[in-house]
Design a protein around this ligand. Structure first.
Ligand code: PMP
Length: 356
């Protein structure tokens, strides 16, 4: 007898909703922390020639070819650290969660934070514990240390700076988590290009520390390349469950090319930081609105009615992210990705008009 869909799939999977990505057709897209800039014209042509030479008939180098040494050199990854590559840092979160000693292992994250930590715990059927941040989105260290002592997490994810809130936690507090944690500590530095501090210098020196990053926010979200640096003994375990060809040949070639032109991306990141500051100042002048500090390429704001402002901006042709409903601490919060100067002017004008 054939099995029904209900019999085939885990009940918890059947109860899940697929990850929703909003349709941005025709809209100014400020919802997903993308870099607004494409590659400069001359580099595009050069990249085209590079990609044309790639052997598409062959499987990719399972170890990423020359990418790991290039990443180590470009981003100051210590010699003592090994690197694992992922199809976006999303995949590295999946690998870490899958490799844990289920079913007892606990995944812990601060909340609100990046939703994939919790979702991956659910996918891998390991218990998940979320520790709320303070209302101003700073880290609640006493509550976090108490939760670590109580639940003994196999892994704790700390986004540094944090999405979807913006602030970077105090370094000493993350160090305190590292001291107290019995298991892995993943410092997720997805927004490092826009931040003032990093744990990359400690990668490799500490068996339980994994510093995870991505090229996505730097301007290469379409490539899907994430990487994590850590102690060789830790990275070796994760590498066993990595699909051998997870980084395709075009991504390997294009990422290698991009790393040779890092100055272009660094200049864009510097401009986005300046734009972030200008937008934060301008929005901060509106009394109805609370702007949270941000070391990422987005600003999270609290408004009287997030759904109404979200709808008004969409009407004005701008897509941002409505965070209301994701977590009680995000009540009436919106997340605005910092875009190009013109895009930021447009969003500022639309918000000003809305409150006028
Ligand atoms: N970590 C954080 C904190 C994020 O916000 C995101 C993307 N929004 C990711 C990881 C995943 O990025 P990617 O898969 O594009 O590398």
């Amino acid at each position: 007898m054939k099995m029904s869909i209900q019999q085939l799939f885990r009940p918890d999977v059947q109860a899940m909703q697929a990850y929703h990505v909003a349709d941005a057709t025709g809209l100014i897209k400020l919802d997903a922390m993308e870099n607004p800039y494409r590659l400069p014209e001359a580099l595009r042509a050069e990249l085209g020639r590079t990609l044309a030479d790639v052997a598409l008939n062959r499987y990719p180098d399972p170890h990423g070819g020359s990418l790991k040494p290039a990443l180590k050199a470009a981003f100051g990854i210590p010699a003592a650290a090994d690197v694992i590559l992922g199809n976006g840092s999303d995949e590295i979160i999946t690998l870490i969660t899958q490799a844990l000693a289920a079913p007892e292992a606990v995944v812990m994250a601060l909340e609100p934070s990046f939703v994939m930590y919790k979702l991956n715990a659910q996918f891998s059927r390991v218990p998940y514990v979320g520790v709320p941040l303070n209302a101003d989105f700073t880290l609640n260290l006493p509550a976090t240390l108490a939760a670590i002592a109580q639940h003994q997490p196999a892994v704790i994810f700390v986004a540094y700076p944090n999405n979807p809130t913006g602030p970077r936690f105090a370094r000493a507090e993350v160090e305190a988590i590292l001291d107290a944690a019995p298991g892995l500590v993943v410092v997720d530095e997805a927004y490092q290009a826009f931040a003032d501090d990093s744990f990359i210098g400690l990668a490799g020196s500490h068996e339980r520390l994994i510093v995870m990053r991505t090229l996505s926010k730097l301007g290469l979200a379409g490539l899907r390349l994430g990487y994590a640096a850590g102690h060789p003994a830790t990275i070796a375990q994760l590498d066993k469950i990595r699909p051998p060809y997870n980084i395709n040949v075009l991504t390997q070639a294009a990422a290698g090319f991009a790393l040779q032109h890092l100055a272009v991306f660094d200049a864009q990141a510097a401009e986005l930081r300046r734009e972030r500051t200008a937008l934060a100042v301008a929005l901060g002048e509106m009394a109805v609105l609370t702007v949270f500090p941000s070391e990422a390429n987005f600003l999270t704001v609290r408004v009287p009615d997030a759904a109404a402002l979200f709808a008004a901006l969409k009407q004005a042709g701008i897509l941002i992210k409505n965070l209301h409903g994701y977590h009680p601490l995000l009540d009436n919060c919106l997340r605005i990705t910092v875009g190009s100067p013109d895009e930021n002017k447009a969003v500022l004008a639309a918000i000003t008009t809305y409150f006028a």
